[in-house]
Design a protein around this ligand. Structure first.
Ligand code: AKG
Ligand code: FE2
Length: 457
């Protein structure tokens, strides 16, 4: 798929001090992760495992408060090789991931993140920006990382729209290496379970909870074995309304919004303020042959993800709601042929309009799913192709597309995002089959004309 040279390699300077203030507020947010050591009851550290399969090494029981190396070896020998997702498949590739795994039907751990109180500790962090929501935690796998085991940089496969985070619980075994490294927005955080668990202490586990779209890797284990329980965390509605007070971060963001709204000289006729979101979200992709059915299109709207935003994105959305500002999610697509940038309410896929590269410019707009935008983060579409003069492209764009909308960007899409504007991975098959991929989205906030702006205190 042809790509534009990435305009995002240049520093992004919002076009107005109000947008810069919003940008500064958002950029101040630390890398979202909740981690540490968590004291447990000795009984929590008992694990039973085993299979009835022909190659089974028999049943096992380990008490992690007093285990032996032979017991850990038996557990490691009982594991299958760990796979990981590539495209739509589970693959085993030891250059990418080397570890042992047990599926949850092959083990039972006494440790429960809910009953032990661990979820209580991580909840406020994962639930930032969500009042009236709760978390559901689901055991996923047990992994054993022996010497030389690792897991290279990846994001956790989104399995549902409301799958928001991952939890790793490291059981107390002696090991060196095997740090979990998280990277997000140019920030890095190292969760060193080996060091945490090496301190003499009451029975404890080490834990890290992080949003699943945050890139992470497990560095090679140098010695010993790192034994983990992994969990998927889902955002669900809550019967009890769990209201969190506004954080300093949220207050700063709201102040920046209020200053913008109070300035009657800024966007006097009203306008759209755009935020490239900090996190990525699962969008449905399906493979098709032939043309999709228009009637299905509504189910692909990205606004359905508004209730499942993560961290600073959720806080941004909540701040808009609290201030009475209308905010909607949109997905951006860059069309290589016309070099148009479309801002769509719906997920698009190749095949729309009948050809790989002819998707949306006219049809999406005329079908009412999106609009074309004049510029993207201060770059007019002319910059998509260095050989074109701005005047030339501007003239063409005006000719072909009547509806050019201006977005005033406060935060840009992240460095890699211009690629995602092209298209998520599309697999062609002879049946429509669905899976989810991470995509970046933007939040578009409508600012009313100066005359009619309401400023919520
Ligand atoms: O063990 C860890 O710290 C992380 C494991 C991981 O990233 C995964 O299983 O997806
Ligand atoms: Fe992972």
């Amino acid at each position: 798929m042809p790509r534009s040279p990435s305009p995002t390699s240049e520093p992004f300077v919002p076009e107005h001090p109000h947008l810069q203030a919003l940008n500064d507020a958002i950029s101040s947010k630390a890398l979202p992760c909740s981690s540490g050591v968590f004291a447990v009851q000795p009984d929590d550290l008992i694990l039973y495992y085993g299979t009835k399969e022909p190659n089974s090494k028999g049943l096992g029981r380990i008490d992690f408060t007093s285990h032996t190396d032979d017991e850990i070896k038996h557990l490691a020998d009982s594991c299958d090789v760990a796979t990981f997702g590539r495209g739509g498949e589970d693959v085993h590739d030891e250059s990418y991931r080397k570890a042992g795994k047990l599926d949850k039907r092959h083990f039972a751990s006494n440790f429960c993140p809910e009953l032990s109180g661990l979820m209580h500790v991580i909840r406020h962090n994962v639930l930032e920006g969500h009042n009236g929501k709760a978390l559901k935690v689901e055991l996923y796998k047990l992994n054993v990382y022996g010497p030389g085991s690792f897991f290279k940089a990846h994001k956790d496969t989104p399995r549902a729209d409301n799958m928001i985070a991952s939890l790793v619980v490291v059981l107390p075994t002696r090991h060196d290496g095997g740090a979990l490294v998280l990277r997000h927005e140019g920030r890095e955080f190292k969760f060193e379970s080996a060091k945490i668990l090496a301190q003499p202490q009451a029975p404890s586990v080490a834990y890290a909870a992080f949003y699943g779209d945050v890139e992470h890797e497990v560095e090679p284990v140098v010695s010993g074995s790192r034994v983990t329980l992994t969990y998927n965390i889902y955002l669900i509605d809550s019967v009890t309304k769990h209201v969190q007070p506004d954080t300093a971060y949220e207050l700063a963001l709201k102040d920046a919004f209020r200053a913008l709204l109070q300035d009657k000289e800024y966007l006097p006729e009203g306008g759209l303020v755009g935020f490239g979101l900090r996190h990525e979200y699962p969008i449905d992709v399906f493979s098709v042959t032939g043309r999709y059915d228009d009637r299905d299109r509504e189910q692909w709207t990205v606004d359905k993800l508004l209730g499942t935003l993560k961290g600073s994105d959720a806080i941004l959305q909540k701040a808009c709601a609290d201030l009475g500002l209308k905010a909607s999610l949109r997905i951006l697509y860059f069309e290589s042929q016309s070099r148009a940038i479309a801002m769509s309410k719906c997920v698009m896929y190749a095949g729309y309009g009948g050809g790989e590269d002819v998707w949306f410019t006219e049809e999406v707009v005329s079908d009412g799913f999106g609009v074309l935008i004049r510029d993207y983060q201060g770059k007019t579409q002319a910059t998509a192709n260095e050989n074109d003069t701005e005047a030339n492209v501007e003239a063409n764009t005006e000719d072909e597309n009547k509806k050019l909308v201006t977005v005033h960007w406060a935060t840009r899409m992240r460095a890699s995002d211009i690629d995602k504007i092209v298209t998520p991975t599309i697999a062609y098959g002879n049946n429509a089959f669905l899976y989810k991929v991470y995509s970046t989205l933007c939040l578009i906030v409508e600012v009313e004309p100066a005359e009619s702006r309401l400023i919520v205190a």
